[in-house]
Ligand binder design. Structure first.
Ligand SMILES: Cc1cc2nc3c(=O)[nH]c(=O)nc-3n(C[C@H](O)[C@H](O)[C@H](O)COP(=O)(O)O)c2cc1C
Length: 227
């Protein structure tokens, strides 16, 4: 059985939000082919998370055995969010472009789940790359929508794409390697013309293909005997 963690971050509700609609298509198509799938939804826009602050940082960087009850309490939210990631095989992140980057609500989630001792280790004896991810083997489906266009390499807004790079840079905290990031992107939303319609249609087709591929890959994973 596949476990999907669906992260929603559009400030708009499902009637208006393109990323929420496309995410719903992904989930519905998965269920149609594999009804045994388990889906956990985390809506960081409608249920905003706390921002990391001094008390969070102090708690996170204190060894677990030395934490005070207040520190343990402060990290409960982070622990719950990380536990959701650990249980997931596939993360579906629905992410609108806001001011050329990711919504603040999603950044708050990333800040909560990037945790020393839980999602990464830090060791200066590793030289210039002291951070190593703790989780591995997960896949990430990034479903994003933009009002403008041309954010791809060579596009007219190539240098303004702070969204894809933010997700890419933090994927290791999620246990996702660069080659396991799958992107579905809708553009031209603000132009509301044929280019937008074409972009949506292409995205819908891509989602159908991606669900097929990911279910196929999941089914042919080596089965580990329960000892
Ligand atoms: C606060 C805000 C900021 C936005 N900033 C950008 C932007 O920098 N670049 C862009 O191409 N589109 C921008 N847009 C357009 C959205 O990316 C677009 O409407 C997208 O469809 C939103 O996702 P949603 O439909 O799932 O809510 C912005 C929209 C909002 C509401």
């Amino acid at each position: 059985m596949a476990n999907i963690l669906r992260i929603q971050s559009s400030a708009q509700t499902s009637e208006r939000s393109i990323t929420r609609k496309m995410g719903a298509q992904f989930i519905q198509e998965w269920i149609k082919t594999d009804p045994s799938v388990s889906i956990v939804t985390r809506d960081v826009a409608q249920n905003p998370l706390t921002f990391v602050d001094q008390s969070w940082i102090a708690a996170a960087f204190t060894k677990p055995e030395d934490r005070t009850p207040e520190m343990i309490e402060r990290l409960k939210e982070s622990d719950m969010l990380i536990d959701e990631i650990i249980k997931a095989d596939i993360l579906v992140i629905e992410v609108p472009m806001y001011n050329y980057g990711i919504p603040a609500a999603l950044k708050a989630w990333i800040d909560q789940i990037a945790r020393i001792g839980r999602t990464f280790s830090f060791d200066l004896s590793r030289g210039d790359v002291p951070i190593e991810p703790i989780l591995s083997g997960k896949k990430l489906v990034q479903i994003s929508s933009r009002g403008e266009f041309g954010f791809e390499p060579g596009g007219i807004r190539e240098k303004m794409n702070a969204l894809d790079s933010a997700i890419e840079a933090c994927a290791h905290y999620l246990g996702v390697s660069q080659k396991e990031i799958y992107r579905v992107t809708i553009e031209y939303q603000e132009f509301k013309d044929q280019r937008h319609e074409d972009s949506k249609q292409q995205a819908e087709k891509k989602i159908t293909r991606l669900v097929g591929k990911l279910i196929f890959d999941f089914d042919k994973r080596p089965k580990v005997a329960n000892l």
